[in-house]
Design a protein around this ligand. Structure first.
Ligand SMILES: *Cc1c(COP(=O)(O)O)cnc(C)c1O
Length: 472
């Protein structure tokens, strides 16, 4: 083959083809030009490295450009099927929004909104006005505000109320929440001085009494979200801590973590403390997340005494940590659902998923298993098994919800069966709407608790045939 035959056409000639012109009108000239250049460079590098370079193939070139441009156009952040069995999965975006919350977000995204504008007065307003009434009503607190997440709420409360002051915390509560959120680090960053009180398993009121002094800024209690200390344990009831703080004239602050607004025992779920309970017991400020059990958008909510919330709102960090209009819209709509607790499991997806019955999930698994088996063919063995889902996001770590999964393992005679679960998991993740399961006991397990509704079910089934081409 002569050098001339090997050489590709000019860039201009390549870009003039109908397919490349089509790509330019879809993705823009700039993107197509840079992709074409990169694809040519790739071909040249391969041709140089090879002893017997193949002739330039225009079809290959065009296909490569098309694939690259399509990949670049696909969103990086996208919807997935969460079949991990963890309902509030932090890595998968925690709570699924209620339709009411989605509609509220869309309405304020399209154009201007009265985010910080008082329509009655025609003057500047406060962005907290849209949610603080609801938060007061639902928690019994005097005042409320909100920031970007609960970690931010804890940082802000410490910075606003305990800068250069001491903060006694029980040694049993010096926790790491995950993702490098550690109570001692947050204290330091907020400029507060941590005073460790008691021991890991037992802390008494007298330990706190001894720690109180003129430099005490506040006393903090951190809810044991993601772990449980069992055996010979003791902690101080919040009413006693609150009374001690009151006697010393310092605020009692509780970081509740998940902070559901209703008593979950009503639906047979494990007990989890509510902000209302803490406020009733005398807590002066309570912080909690918007996207854990509450089932709303990412947010950190602060409720408590009026004077303290005002001080928190005036701190410069509040400005840096504030919520945007979309989060406020979603939060307001979510909080409104709590006004009708009787229909909460119907309206709030997080709660609906958590209270979904085993029999319903089991029936769904039985219904879908044949389609999964058919798509995977003879190498895989597909079963329906009972399993346990988790609430997630550090809530209620020891309690598991009975559920059902589609369990996929290697058929008895499959070759390279050992790595099959990992390869299957990869194939499911590569689907247009990625399916994320978990690997357990040498099987890929798809817990169907979070596959919710006829549309989701149909979308899940519709993409299964693509697995026939997958290599696993
Ligand atoms: C989850 C949690 C946090 C952090 O909340 P984010 O909303 O994730 O920032 C802080 N404290 C406790 C006790 C938690 O459970």
């Amino acid at each position: 083959m002569t050098a001339a035959m090997l050489r590709p056409p000019s860039l201009d000639a390549l870009l003039a083809s109908p397919l490349m012109q089509g790509l330019a009108s879809e993705h823009g000239r700039t993107a197509v030009l840079s992709t074409a250049r990169q694809t040519l460079d790739l071909w040249r590098a391969q041709a140089t490295a090879s002893a017997e370079p193949a002739a330039f193939d225009v079809d290959h070139f065009e296909q490569h450009c098309q694939q690259t441009l399509q990949q670049q156009a696909a969103p990086a952040l996208r919807a997935v099927f969460n079949l991990t069995g963890t309902v509030l999965h932090t890595n998968l975006g925690r709570a699924v929004m209620a339709p009411q919350a989605m509609a509220a977000v869309l309405a304020v995204m399209r154009g201007a909104a009265n985010l910080e504008y008082d329509l009655a007065k025609g003057a500047r307003g406060d962005r907290d006005d849209h949610i603080d009434g609801l938060l007061k009503e639902l928690t019994g607190a005097e005042a409320a505000t909100a920031v970007n997440n609960n970690a931010a709420a804890v940082l802000l409360v410490l910075a606003a109320l305990a800068e250069r002051k001491e903060v006694p915390v029980s040694r049993g509560e010096l926790v790491e929440i995950g993702g490098a959120f550690r109570i001692p680090d947050i204290m330091r960053r907020a400029g507060a001085k941590l005073v460790e009180v008691g021991t890991t398993n037992r802390t008494h009121l007298r330990d706190f009494e001894e720690a109180m002094g003129p430099r005490t800024g506040l006393v903090m209690k951190v809810h044991a979200s993601n772990y449980a200390i069992q055996g010979f344990t003791a902690s101080v009831p919040i009413a006693e801590l609150a009374a001690l703080c009151k006697a010393h004239g310092v605020p009692f602050v509780e970081d509740l973590g998940s902070g559901t607004l209703v008593d979950l025992r009503r639906w047979g779920l494990p007990a989890e403390p509510t902000p209302a309970m803490s406020i009733a017991a005398g807590a002066n400020v309570v912080t909690f997340s918007g996207d854990k059990l509450l089932g709303g958008p990412q947010a950190g909510l602060l409720v408590g005494d009026k004077a303290l919330i005002q001080k928190i709102k005036r701190h410069p960090l509040k400005r840096a940590l504030r919520l945007d209009k979309m989060s406020i819209a979603a939060l307001e709509a979510t909080l409104k659902l709590y006004r009708d607790p009787d229909r909460l499991t119907e309206h709030l997806p997080a709660l609906r998923l958590l209270t979904r019955g085993e029999a319903e999930i089991q029936a769904l698994a039985q219904r879908l298993a044949p389609a999964v088996a058919q798509a995977l063919g003879a190498r895989a063995r597909v079963q329906v098994l009972p399993c346990r889902s988790q609430i997630g996001s550090g809530s209620l770590p020891v309690d598991l919800l009975p559920s059902a999964c589609i369990a996929i393992g290697a058929a008895a005679d499959a070759k390279r069966a050992g790595r099959l679960p990992e390869r299957l998991a990869e194939a499911f993740r590569a689907l247009p709407t990625p399916v994320v399961g978990r690997i357990e006991d040498g099987q890929l397990r798809l817990d169907l608790r979070c596959l919710d509704g006829a549309d989701a079910e149909a979308a899940f089934v519709a993409q299964l045939p693509l697995l026939q081409q997958a290599r696993f």
